[in-house]
Ligand binder design. Structure first.
Ligand code: GLU
Length: 289
């Protein structure tokens, strides 16, 4: 542990202790819970604990797998940052950060930082601070493989278009891309995917980095395609509380991650399987409008 550890992590020790106490009670009622190998006993993260908000439903970016592990580019970036802040991977407590909840999670102090396909924009920057950017993505559209009616963004007008509440994608559609689209906003992207599969919606719009991950999933093989529209610049930032000293430390960590090749390795590992052609590493502090 080094001196850069967050102040909040120490404050949280009390809660971790309560969790351990609860686990001890459970261990008297069920022998299974007492066995650490089952994973049922919460670890005592203690004062080294750090809580990170990620997406749980975005393969290649932030995904909670059925066996309870976490994978994706954001997970790798967050793990690198946490390490630079003095926290081992086992000290990280992952928390789901849905698109509409991110500012609130930070403002309430429920998470130390957020790495969740979180685009930097002026509206959000009024409430939270951003380190980065650490990835430049673009808004695109996922459609059924046999759909040849959507050739340009304006073809989305009058179509049933799905996006997620609180995302820049939903806002962009309303403001400029296709104001006459029949926009359905759901809480998470998986609901949009189901709708696209069964024909309830015509297209799902969000960042190409996210859509590539969905299109590559085995259950959707040959069912969907990306339209290939670059409808916006989405500069992914690491969200922190307004005024937090973490911003500068995270920027230093991100610079190191690019310089030592870890950023490239994370890109290959997470975007390679979906064949996502990412942009080069952004310059820290430079948001591409
Ligand atoms: N990057 C966009 C955003 O921050 C869309 C992806 C998401 O909802 O996380 O809103």
């Amino acid at each position: 542990m080094n001196a850069t550890r967050t102040g909040r992590a120490t404050v949280r020790t009390g809660r971790a202790t309560v969790a351990v106490a609860a686990a001890v009670v459970l261990s008297f009622t069920s022998a299974g819970f007492a066995n650490g190998a089952t994973g049922a006993v919460p670890r005592d993260h203690g004062e080294d604990e750090i809580t990170v908000g990620i997406k749980y439903d975005q393969p290649g970016i932030g995904l909670k797998t059925p066996d309870g592990t976490y994978t994706g580019f954001d997970v790798d970036v967050a793990t690198y940052i946490a390490k630079e802040l003095g926290h081992d991977p086992s000290d990280i407590v992952w928390k789901e950060a849905k698109s509409a909840d991110r500012e609130t999670l930070l403002q309430r102090g429920d998470v130390d930082f957020i790495a969740a396909s979180y685009s930097i924009n002026d509206e959000r920057a009024k409430k939270v601070d951003f380190a980065g950017p650490y990835l430049l993505a673009h808004q695109d559209v996922l459609i059924r493989a046999d759909d040849d009616s959507i050739k340009q963004p304006s073809d989305l007008n009058n179509k049933k278009l799905c996006s997620v509440t609180g995302s820049t994608s939903a806002q962009n559609v309303k403001d400029k891309i296709a104001p006459d689209a029949q926009l359905q906003e759901y809480g998470g992207y998986s609901e949009c995917l189901t709708g696209l599969e069964n024909g309830v919606i015509d297209a799902l719009t969000t960042d190409d980095s996210i859509l590539a991950g969905y299109a590559a999933q085995s259950q959707f093989k040959d069912k969907f395609k990306l339209a290939g529209f670059k409808m916006s610049n989405e500069n992914y930032g690491i969200g922190v509380q307004k005024g937090s000293e973490l911003k500068a430390k995270i920027n230093t960590a991100l610079e190191k991650m690019v310089a030592d090749g870890s950023w490239d390795a994370a890109v290959k590992k997470n975007f390679g399987p979906a064949n996502y052609q990412n942009e080069p590493a952004p310059e820290i502090g430079v948001v591409v409008k």
